[in-house]
Every structure is written in C-alpha cells, then in structure tokens.
Write a new protein. Sequence first.
Length: 633
Amino acid sequence: MSNYVRETAIHQLQERLERLEAEFANQDMDYPRKLFLIENCIYGVDIQNIAVQIAKLRCFIALIVEQTVDDYQPNRGIFPLPNLEMKFVAANTLFALEKAEQLSLLGSDIALKEKEAELEQLRHDYFQTYDLGKKRRLKEKDEALRAEIATLLQSQNVSKSSAEKIAYWKPYDQLAEADFFDPHWMFGIEDGFDIVIGNPPYVRHEKLGSEYKVVLKQNFPGIYSGTADLYTYFYGCSLALMKSQGVLAFITSNKWFKANYGKPLRKYISANCQVCDIIDFGELSVFDAATFPMIFLAKKSKKKQTLTRFTQVTSLEPPYPDVQALIKEKGEVLSELALSGENWQFASADVTACLDKMKAVGKPLEKYVDGKIFYGVKTGFNKAFVIDAKTRAELIEQDPKNAEIIKPLSVGDDIRKWHIRDKDRWLIFIPWHFPLHNDSLIKGASAKAEKLFKARYSAIYTYLLNFKDKLASRNQSETGIRYEWYALQRCAATYEEFFQLPKIIFPDIAKESRFSFDTDGRFINDTTFMIPIKDLYLMGILNSKLAWHYLSQTAAVLGDPGKNGRLRLKRIYVSQIPIPPASDADKAVISALVQKCLDAKGQGVAQWEAEIDDRVAHLYGLTPYDLKIIHGD
C-alpha cells in the first residue's frame, strides 16, 4: 500500500473518531451504536430496487428516532443521514461471478490490492459524506477505480465478461440492478457472513423458463431439481455466502420438507447444517399468499451438537405473534435421526420410535405391489370430457358405438372409506392419436387419426368441436404437437388396461382414511390414485388407524393433522406405508372383516374396524405404550 493511501486512511480515521466522539457527546447511546452497526455490520441485497429503497428507509427511520434535538447546536443537533448506496444493493443473489475465477479475483497482485484498499476507503468515506460536490467526486472516483481494477483483473486472465461486470455495475443509480452478486466486490466481504436473514421470493418452477433453469443447475448442482420452486436455491446460495458456524434465518414455504423436489435440498441441509429450530405455520394465513410459511433457523456446521426443535403452529390466536412463546408452548425436540438424509420426519422422539418400529417390520407399499400405484386421467379441460348421464344417453342414441369410449368415472371426492359414491359421472375416453392409438409409428399429432376419428365417432367429434378453442389452448407446448386437440391431456397410455381390473382406489387429498375397492371397471381422474390388485388384506392395512397415523407423520399436511387437517395422499407418501407380513390365517381374518365393511358400505362398521386395528397393531409388534403414543394419550 502506498504511503499516500496509508496517510490518507489514518487522517480520515482520525476525522471519523472525532465525529463519533461528537455524536456520543450530543446523542443518546443508541444513535451512534446503530450508526456503527449499519456502517460495519449490516448489508442487504435484493433483485428489486423498491425493496432496496425500503431497506434504506428502514435504516433511516431507525436512526432518526434516536436523534436528540438541541436548539443550541448547529442544525438543532440533528446529524445528516448516511449514504447507504454501498450498504444495500439491487442485484441477482443467485448469479455469482464465475466460480472458477474467484481465486484469481483474490490474487496477490500488489497493484490490485492497493486499488482494492483505495476503493474500500473511498466507500467508507462516502458513507458519511454530506457535501454534494464531494459525493459526486467520490462516485466518479469509485467508477474510475473499478475500471482500473477491471483492467488489472484481465491482465490476470480473468474473463472480460467478469471484469466488465465489476467495472460497470451501477451502485449509485437507484433504478439500476446488477445481474450478478459478489460480496467481495460489492461489500468488501471476503470470508463470508456471520448471519444471513431472508424471505426468498416464492416463484413456481413453471415460471422460471428453461434458460433460467440451466443456469440454476450450473450454479446449484447439489440441490437442483427441475420441479423445484425458486426459493429453494436461496438456501444453497446463502450457505455458500456464510462463514462456518454462521447462522441462517429464513422465512419460506414448507413444501420442500416433503415434496419430491425437496429431496436434494433436504440431503444437502442434513449434511451441511445443524438445524436448530423450525416453526411451521402450515396453511395458516400468515401472509396473503397461500405459501405454507415456516421459519427456519440453522447453523452452518457438519457437526450436530444439539437436537432440532420443531413447533407446529395451529392457530393465529395468542400467544401468536410471540414466536418465543409459541416455541415454549408447542415446541418438541425431534429425534437425533429425524432430519437425516433426504427423508425428514417432524415427530417427537417417541412417535419416531413407533414409526421406525413399523418400518422395520413392514415392506414399503411400493415394493409390496411391485410399483403398481397409478395416477388417474388428466383431461386438461373437464367440461369437454366429463359428461352427465343425459349427455351420455344422447350420444349413445345418435350412435350406439359411442358407448365404447364413454366410461364410468370416479373423482377424488367420490371415494369414501369402504365405498364409492355413485354420482352418475362419465368420461369420454380418447387416448392420443385415437383411434390409431395402438400405432407405435405415430409420433405426434396425426391428421390421419383425426380424420378417422371424425368418420367413426362423428357424434362425439361434433360434440367436442364445441370446445375446440379451449381444448387446443390447453398446453401450448403439446396440444397439436404431441397429440391431437380432441385427445385427453394425459390418458394413462401405459396402464389403461388396469382401469378395467379390480383395484384399490383413493383420493389425492383427505382428512381421514378413504381407501375403497372397485370391481366395476371405473376410470379415475387426476384427483385419484389406484392400485390394480385384489387384496382385501392390503385394504385392511391401508384403512387402519396405524397406516393413517404413519401418513399423518410423513405426508404433506394442509392444516393441523390433529384437527382434521387434510393429508396429501400423493404417490411419494403413500408408496412408503409399511405393509407388515402376516400368516395366511391372519390375512384371511382381516380380509373377512374388510369384506364385511365393504358390504356395509362403511355404515355401522366401528366394531369390525376396531378389530382390524387391533390385529394390524399386533402385526406391527406395537405395545400398549406405543398405541398410547400414537393415539395421543
């Protein structure tokens, strides 16, 4: 560092010390303390300029309220507010400078280090410079220094692109935003942050675009998932920006806890963090948007020194919004392995022990049924394909052959425990390329197939023409390209024959066990799943209180599962229900009880259900104490 730069720095520090002494003399202690913290400890970044300005305003207010008016002092003792352009910046946090170049950017070149030191000092000076002329000169000098640094970086084989980003981003332009973020060049932070606090944006993955996803995959390979929403990547980004033992405090959606797309992130967090506290608000309306918010507190540490505390908030009544009181009242310590790997369980140690016992005994449902758990048909526009009995009769009257492709339909709401409500609902079932759907040579929308469909099923073709505009606009990337406008959006092409078989069916969302059995060849829609197997013993297991308890602890929940909260019965969760082994005699007894429940259509079956539950508990090897825990006693 040159003597000029050193002497200048010492002189400016002396001036700063004198100014601070004056501030302490004329103000309450909180004003200089806050000023010091803002200048030296607090930094902010957001991609939206308005958010940056609001953050600055919040700092200004925090300082203003601590000012003491003194009519005998210049300006009545009120100090001018600091300049915060270099404390809060508009930038894209997820897009860093090229990682391969970071070592070069921190190289030991003497000239480069001197310029960096000069730039750092300039920005400290700017923080409390109030003269407009001096501020303008400092801004110009800042820009000139960055240009010189960019030239030096290129001489060290740093790419022109990265050098130009450093040189030409506009921190003093309140309407500009940088398309990258780098804490070293923006804030002078080289060794990471001690604390990262954030409320990342909730943007669904469908809105990100393929090009944006390519960059996210490059930047966050360890946590990337093609169906992950944007907020998940801020976890990886924030941890990368933190020191070891740094603290992360986030408010985000809780969906990544159990969603399939959250698996890589759960695994990454488990390996790299000590999760301290999770305060989950479920579907409570904490914010206007339905984002299922939670508070997540963790320490960046591979060593697990304490257990995680989990708090399920079930009401916005007092003690809310006192989070500490909520934790004290409802917080439960999770077991040591609750958040291990990609499978997380938010249950107390006792409950987790029961779940582990069930898993140790049973085989996952997915393996028990050889993976045969299937999703229903997705029409893309129900109004066209789902018809009532009157419309069905009219179409068949016009041509009896139309009955071939009009199928009985059940949706999720029709399916109850032990029975299926008959709503006289029907589905016009038209696979892709129908009626040439078995021709494997057809690879896209087929004019030949449409012509033949129109000729063979003219009444249905004419009926669907009433909805052509809507049908053709269902999915712009597929309709008319991969399949014809008159075809179903998803038609279960690889397992269509299973609809005709005896099968267990269940809805995709329920607040109680609702597995039923179909022998009438019903088709199902995309709010429903099916297991094409005739196994009444399996039905008994799935409709038992034990299986429902397992789901309540492992599946995504809308609301409070203890107060009629609804479980998401998606394949990812249901497929893991452990099915216990049983002797032929035990299976026969449970199957007979299930048949009684089916014959009664779920009416007056409490005694039979209780016997099923007792027998299933015995098969899992659960003790009376285990059952008390499961039943909340």
